[in-house]
Every structure is written in C-alpha cells, then in structure tokens.
Design a protein around this ligand. Structure first.
Ligand code: PSU
Ligand code: MN
Length: 305
C-alpha cells in the first residue's frame, strides 16, 4: 500500500467531483528564498481557489505522500533546511525511509496521477541543460511528460536551459508542446523566444479536450502547456542573457552539478537581478495557476462530474 494522505480539502473535492489542481513543492524548497517561497505558495493556492478549483500542494513528509498541505506543513517545509529534492528515481526511497522531500515536476506528476489529479501548475519545467553534450544533464521532467498522463501548465522551460535542445527532446519523446494564446514558445521570464511552438491553443476547453482524446486513444504521457508570463511582469530576454551567462560561468567555476545546478542558477539570477527574477517568477506561477484551474474545470465538466 502506498501511504497517500489527502488533505481534508482534497478529500472533499474528490468526493464532490470538483476540480483539483496539483502544485509542486520543489519550487518552495529549492526554487525561491524564504519567506517569499511560502508567501508565493499561499498566493498560488488562493489563486487556484479563486478560480473554482481546490489546490493540492504535493510533498513527502515523514514518509507520507501528502496530497494537499495545511498551512503549518507549508510553513515548516518552506523553512526546512536540507529537504530532499525528489524525482522519479528517489520518491519511493524517501517514502520507504520515512524521509521528507519536496517533489519536482516529475515526482509531482507521478503523485498527482496516483491521486487521480490530471492538471498541475508550476513555474517552468526542467530540461536539457546548456553543455549537456558534455554533462549529460537532462531533467527527468522530460521523460515524465512522455509517460504520465498529467497536463502541466508552465511558462515554458526555464531560460537557464538550452531551450532548442529541450524542445527537440520533447518532440522525440512525443510530448505535445502547446503554446497558449500565441504562436511562439515563451521563455519563462520572457513572453517569447525565437522558436515557433509546435502547437497552439487559445482556450482551456481545447486543452482539456486534447488531453481527454489522448487518454481515449491510449497515448501515454501528458501535455506541456507553455503559458506566457503576463506582459507587465516579463523581463526582456536581452536583459537576462548576460546575467544567465554569468550565473552559468559561476556554476562551472564552482563545479556545481546534478540536482544542485537549477537551484544554484535560480539563486544567482535572483541576486544578480536584485530580486527582479523572483518577482517575475511569482507572477508567472500565479498566471499558470489561473489557467490550470480553468483546465481542471473543463476536464471535470467533460468527464461528466
Ligand atoms: N519552476 C520554478 N522553479 C523551480 C522549479 C520549477 O519556477 O525551482 C523546479 C521544478 O521542481 C523542476 C525543477 O522539476 O525545478 C527542475 O530541476 P532539474 O533541472 O534538476 O531537473
Ligand atoms: Mn539535472
């Protein structure tokens, strides 16, 4: 038996058949500094509720896979030091050992699927790191999108990555990459990149229909919805390019590798932009929460609930 623990709010939503949106916890523990991390987590949950869905922030706490956290659990996680960053490879081990860990996109998809939740909002997925031809550092998020049937709403892949290679891998893996409301792929902190999206959709209903048809066809895997950051919150890609380059060269000089790379780069970019990158990150997560709630509502409707 997998020890899954629904929060009371998630259990009630499941019983009533009302929409639920999964949220990850690595963005809290490894993606943002305290206290903005917990403030953002609360705002994101409130945004999901304001748009008619129940938020389910996912984490492993003392060996329990928690689907939905209360405010005390959220605060404790946000302040905790040395929380594990869990992906497909280590989520079961963490549960077996009674540990505490935050779930990445990959692990949150696994947990959401187990819990019957088909829509998940985050900031940006992991992907192919720059220099991956030497480091082989490719996020397990990409493989997860290919096998687990959850629609992930993100502002694209994080712009610290090699975006063209990331989208090539997603194409190879058969993951639908859908830009929301525009032709171009967004680039996390910026509304656009120089890449045309393979697919475009303009409504939550279209996104929900595509997921339902994929499942009916027996196609494994989820969908990546690339939702551009709101215009008033974006940082132009040209402003960020030298900052990302500096953060990457610091990472190389300090031999940062494996799971530490993404948190290191986000933290350096936060300091180098004097907090501007964090403000943009918060705005884009809230925007993704709104769209995810709308998609979850459409899926609940279409599933006849
Ligand atoms: N989105 C954000 N900030 C984050 C993440 C997503 O706005 O920190 C996290 C997600 O949990 C994602 C992880 O799965 O970064 C990617 O880590 P890696 O590159 O090590 O796979
Ligand atoms: Mn990695």
């Amino acid at each position: 038996m997998i020890p899954i623990h629904d929060s009371p709010a998630v259990a009630a939503a499941r019983a009533a058949g009302t929409p639920i949106v999964a949220l990850e916890s690595t963005i809290i523990t490894h993606g943002m500094p305290y206290p903005q991390n917990v403030e953002t987590a609360r705002l994101v949950e409130a945004e999901v509720r304001a748009h008619g869905a129940t938020p389910a922030t996912i984490a492993v706490l003392d060996g329990k896979l928690c689907i939905g956290l209360d405010d005390v659990q959220l605060e404790a996680l946000a302040q905790a030091k040395d929380v594990a960053k869990l992906s497909r490879a280590d989520i079961a081990a963490c549960i077996a050992l009674g540990g505490t860990g935050a779930t990445t996109v990959a692990a949150t998809m696994i947990a959401a699927n187990l819990a019957g939740i088909s829509v998940f909002a985050t900031g940006g997925i992991g992907g192919v790191h720059r220099g991956a031809e030497d480091s082989f550092d490719i996020s397990a998020d990409l493989q997860e999108l290919a096998q687990t049937p959850v629609t992930v709403v993100a502002a694209g892949a994080k712009a610290i990555l090699d975006l063209p290679k990331t989208f090539e891998v997603l194409e190879t893996l058969g993951v639908p990459v859908i830009a929301y409301g525009q032709d171009m792929l967004p680039a996390f902190w910026s509304r656009t990149s120089d890449m045309t999206a393979p697919l475009r959709m303009d409504t939550a209903a279209q996104i929900a229909a595509a997921q339902i048809i994929r499942s009916a066809m027996g196609l494994s895997g989820g969908q990546l919805i690339c939702n551009p950051i709101p215009a008033d919150a974006q940082i132009p890609a040209a402003d960020l390019a030298p900052i990302i380059a500096q953060a990457l060269s610091e990472a190389a000089a300090q031999n940062i590798s494996a799971k530490a790379v993404t948190p290191f780069l986000l933290d350096r970019i936060f300091h180098l932009t004097e907090g501007r990158s964090l403000e943009a990150n918060i705005a884009l997560v809230l925007n993704n929460a709104r769209l995810a709630a709308a998609i979850a509502a459409e899926i609940a409707d279409k599933s006849g609930q």
